[in-house]
Design a protein around this ligand. Structure first.
Ligand code: UDP
Length: 258
């Protein structure tokens, strides 16, 4: 999909990726409006981990350039404070924003679920039908080797919205390469279906308000997540600080003026 599908939005560049500076309701307006006007929009929730991958991978950076990229997590907020002296209006992650979107979709909008384990995606379909009266028109788990299987299923189901739960950067790469063939609105929602089905627990609200959800997530999946939320976040913030120093150096100022 191309950037032209997106309206011009206020944003801040972090590692070459334009991260939109929108409140939750503004982000929902952009997404619902894209759907109303049949614009094919991909939505990515950028946490420190994804931005760090984009920093090392110019192709991923370009792929994200065609999407509505929203800020996910305290690391990205601190990065914005280091680079621009201010944080984002709100924390926007897939797990909180997706239910709000499902509630706001026009009645009978066909929604397709792609990704996560077979039992999770089937159970998630039942839950979303009951909880949000969503019109789930099809599902496909995320462990098939051929990504075109999902594309064919999405087309056959005449989906208008696809929730893509493949983890990052797989879901962003899939959206960038495949979604224009489906002509849908796609959101890379990471572990959202795991949360809805109770396979992954969310922390109590006070821990989320204190911006410490990451601490809770480490206790849930220590072997997969400890490195991401410790060494990688430190590395991410160090790289952001280096960018900040480079930009304010005489050479950085000259480069911006040229
Ligand atoms: N997943 C998948 N196919 C894969 C790898 C992962 O469907 O090849 C799913 C996995 O089952 C889980 C989600 O992707 O439901 C990962 O979400 P999470 O947010 O935990 O990953 P992150 O985006 O944080 O890496």
């Amino acid at each position: 999909m191309s950037q032209s599908c997106l309206p011009r939005l206020p944003s801040r560049k972090i590692f070459g990726v334009d991260v939109a500076t929108l409140s939750k309701s503004e982000a929902l307006d952009v997404i619902v409006d894209g759907l109303r006007t049949s614009r094919s929009i991909n939505v990515a929730f950028a946490n420190a981990n994804l931005l760090l991958k984009a920093r090392r991978d110019p192709l991923l950076q370009r792929q994200l350039g065609g999407m509505l990229v929203l800020n996910d997590g305290v690391g990205v907020d601190i990065a914005s404070r280091i680079l621009y002296g201010k944080g984002f209006p709100e924390n926007l992650n897939g797990t909180d924003l997706t239910p709000e979107l499902l509630k706001r979709l026009p009645k009978r909008t066909p929604v397709f679920l792609y990704g996560s384990r077979p039992a999770v995606v089937c159970r998630a379909a039942e839950i979303l039908r009951q909880k949000y009266q969503s019109e789930i028109c099809g599902v496909c788990d995320g462990y098939c080797d051929n990504p075109d299987v999902a594309v064919d299923a999405i087309k056959r189901a005449h989906a208008k919205v696809v929730l893509v739960a493949l983890g990052n950067p797989k879901q962003e790469q899939w959206m960038s390469e495949k979604v224009s063939a489906c002509g849908v609105l796609a959101l890379g929602v990471g572990g959202y279906l795991d949360v809805e089905t109770g396979r992954v627990k969310r922390p109590p609200r006070w821990l989320r308000t204190a911006k410490c959800e990451w601490l809770f997530r480490i206790t849930q999946e220590p072997s997969r997540l400890w490195r991401r939320y410790t060494i990688e976040v430190i590395w991410f913030l160090a790289a952001v600080a280096l960018d900040r120093i480079a930009v304010s150096s005489p050479w950085g100022r000259l480069r911006r003026e040229l």
